[in-house]
Ligand binder design. Structure first.
Ligand SMILES: [Cu+2]
Length: 282
C-alpha cells in the first residue's frame, strides 16, 4: 500500500473525528439550565420529571400544613400555658380519643403519600414500548455510551477548566468532549451499568437518576419533549474525580438524530478501515 493511500485514509478519518467535536460544540438552547436565585426544581422535559414535580409540590403542601399546625400548637403552649398565664396546671393525663386521633391521622397522611409515590415509582421503572435503547456505563472517571440498535459507542470525558469557552455558552465542570445525542419525542430505554465502582447517571431535567452498579444492569426510561442541551452529573460518590464526570445530552429532532447516527457509523467505519490499513502496512 502506498504512502499516499495511507495519507488519504488518515485524512478521511481525522476529518470525521474533527467534525465530531464541531457538532458537539454547536450552541443549542438549554431549556432547563438552572439560573441564579432560581427557586424550585429544574424545568421538567419528560413525563417522569413532570410527575416528579407534581409529587414534589403535593408533598410541599402537606409539609407546609403540618409545619404550620405544629408551630401553632407550640405557640399556644408557649403563650397560654406558661407559668404566668397558667399558674396552676391541670393534673390529668391520658385521653383515649386524643391518642387515637394523633395516631390515626399521621397513618392516614402516610397512606395518602405512599399511594401516589408507589404509582410514580412503577411509572419510572420501565417503558413497555421502547423505540430505542442506550446503555450508560460508569467508569472511574468518565462515562461510556453504547447504542445497541446502531452499534455506536463512545466515551465522554470532561473538558478541563482551561478549555471551557464561556462565550460559547460552556459551563465549568459540566462539559464533555462528546455529547450523548438523543431524538425528541421517543421512548428511550436506558440501561445502567459500571465497570469498577458504583456511579449514578443523573439528569435532573429528565427526572432520571439511577445507580450504575458493576456486574448488574439497571433499567429506566425517558421521553424528552423539548429540543435542547441538558446537563447532569455523576450522583454517587465514586472516587477522587467524582466531580469530573459530567453528562451532556443533546436532544435533536428525529431527522437530525438519523443524520448523527450516519455520521457516527461512517466515522467508526473510517477509523476501523484506516487502522486496519495501518496495521497491514507495518
Ligand atoms: Cu461519581
Amino acid at each position: 500500500m502506498s504512502r499516499a493511500t495511507l495519507a488519504i485514509a488518515a485524512a478521511v478519518t481525522s476529518f470525521f473525528y474533527l467534525t465530531l467535536p464541531a457538532w458537539a460544540a454547536e450552541q443549542m438552547p438549554t431549556p432547563s439550565f438552572p439560573h441564579p436565585w432560581q427557586l424550585n426544581l429544574q424545568h421538567p422535559v419528560t413525563p417522569v420529571a413532570e410527575r416528579l414535580h407534581d409529587f414534589h409540590t403535593f408533598l410541599l403542601w402537606i409539609i407546609t400544613v403540618i409545619s404550620v399546625f405544629v408551630a401553632i400548637l407550640l405557640l399556644i403552649c408557649i403563650f397560654r400555658f406558661n407559668e404566668k398565664a397558667n399558674p396552676v396546671p391541670a393534673k390529668w393525663s391520658h385521653n383515649t380519643m386524643l391518642e387515637v386521633i394523633w395516631t390515626t391521622i399521621p397513618v392516614l397522611i402516610l397512606v395518602v403519600i405512599a399511594v401516589p409515590s408507589y404509582r410514580l415509582l412503577y411509572f419510572m421503572d420501565r417503558t413497555t414500548e421502547a423505540e430505542m435503547t442506550i446503555k450508560v456505563i460508569g467508569n472511574q472517571w468518565y462515562w461510556s455510551y453504547e447504542y445497541p440498535d446502531t452499534e455506536i459507542s463512545f466515551d465522554a470525558l470532561a473538558l478541563p477548566a482551561e478549555e471551557i469557552d464561556v462565550s460559547k455558552g460552556q459551563h465549568r465542570l459540566l462539559e464533555t468532549d462528546k455529547h450523548v445525542v438523543l431524538p425528541v419525542d421517543t421512548n428511550i430505554r436506558i440501561l445502567f451499568t459500571a465497570t469498577d465502582v458504583i456511579h449514578a447517571w443523573a439528569v435532573p431535567a429528565f427526572g432520571v437518576k439511577l445507580d450504575n452498579m458493576p456486574g448488574r444492569t439497571n433499567e429506566s426510561w425517558t421521553r424528552i419533549t423539548e429540543l435542547g442541551r441538558y446537563y447532569g452529573q455523576c450522583s454517587e460518590l465514586c472516587g477522587v474525580d467524582h466531580s469530573f464526570m459530567p453528562i451532556v445530552v443533546d436532544v435533536v429532532s428525529k431527522e437530525d438524530y438519523k443524520k448523527w447516527v450516519e455520521t457516527q457509523k461512517q466515522a467508526n467505519a473510517g477509523a476501523l478501515s484506516s487502522s486496519t490499513k495501518l496495521a497491514a502496512a507495518q
